[in-house]
Design a binder for this molecule. Structure first.
Ligand code: ADP
Ligand code: ADP
Ligand code: ADP
Length: 214
């Protein structure tokens, strides 16, 4: 199965992607996680992405699309994948379409996680991320780790992402509305969008998403 997850920063894309990918036995591909891994390893790609991420802006398409295509071409993605945070603008959606067409593949669904903006702000403000792997996320109120400041999954140190500061979040939401929201209409025109109300317990949202894919 090939799925795209869309939604504003803090909607719960990464959280849901972890459970959905496990249930569906497909890899979770997050461009944000890939960028952060490159930054912590000090790669040239990480250096190219760093300043844009710090400012809450999109990393240029030339960098992003190549990285996403490389990841989708790995053997573990041959039978499907769940994209989280890619595509993030119409040009990326068109690049993804071209990639799928060249490889004779199709998307099964675009899941749009719908959350009111005040809830998104609360989710991001309390988000804590693991230094070892940014796919391991927690929340100071809604998803507390067993031991404060320590990742349940791998024992890594939890920290607040620099781009989760109030000021940068405002910028990221603006970028979301201006650049990313238009891809929802792009996919609606193809009849591929399923809107998932994403308030409530993590497990309830996962059930709604699984129900939409059945
Ligand atoms: P995104 O990948 O869309 O930016 P995350 O999955 O990182 O979002 O979630 C943002 C924050 O909200 C995290 O701290 C996460 O633990 C928390 N969160 C995710 N889903 C829920 C939920 N259903 N209810 C409450 N908090 C949630
Ligand atoms: P969130 O889900 O909280 O918005 P992500 O981890 O998905 O966070 O993204 C963090 C940052 O990484 C974005 O603000 C952006 O700078 C960069 N990024 C991630 N995915 C893309 C993409 N597809 N195109 C451009 N930039 C991206
Ligand atoms: P579960 O692990 O059972 O799926 P969650 O991780 O979704 O539960 O939620 C953990 C705690 O946060 C629960 O007490 C839940 O009631 C609370 N919670 C979840 N979503 C929200 C929300 N949107 N606003 C306030 N509290 C929430």
């Amino acid at each position: 199965m090939r799925i795209v997850l869309v939604g504003p920063p803090g909607a719960g894309k990464g959280t849901q992607a972890t459970y959905l990918a496990k249930n569906l036995s497909i890899p979770h591909i997050s461009t944000g996680d890939l960028f952060r891994a490159n930054i912590s390893q000090g790669t040239p790609l990480g250096k190219q992405a760093q300043e844009y991420m710090r400012a809450g802006q999109l990393v240029p398409d030339e960098v992003t699309v190549g990285m996403a295509e490389d990841r989708m071409s790995q053997p573990d993605a041959a039978n499907g994948f769940l994209l989280d945070g890619f595509p993030r603008n119409v040009a990326q959606a068109q690049a993804l379409d071209a990639y799928l067409r060249e490889n004779e593949l199709t998307l099964d669904a675009v899941l749009d996680l719908e959350v009111p903006e005040d809830e998104v702000v609360k989710r991001i403000a309390g988000r804590r991320t693991c230094r070892n792997d940014s796919a391991h996320t927690f929340h100071v109120e809604y998803k507390k780790p067993e031991t404060e400041g320590v990742c349940d999954v791998c024992g890594g140190e939890l920290y607040q992402r620099e781009d989760d500061s109030e000021e940068t979040v405002r910028k990221r939401l603006e970028v979301y509305h201006r650049e990313t929201e238009p891809i929802i209409d792009y996919y609606k025109a193809k009849g591929q969008v399923v809107t998932i109300p994403a308030l409530g317990k993590v497990s309830e949202v996962t059930q709604r998403a699984m129900g939409a894919l059945a």
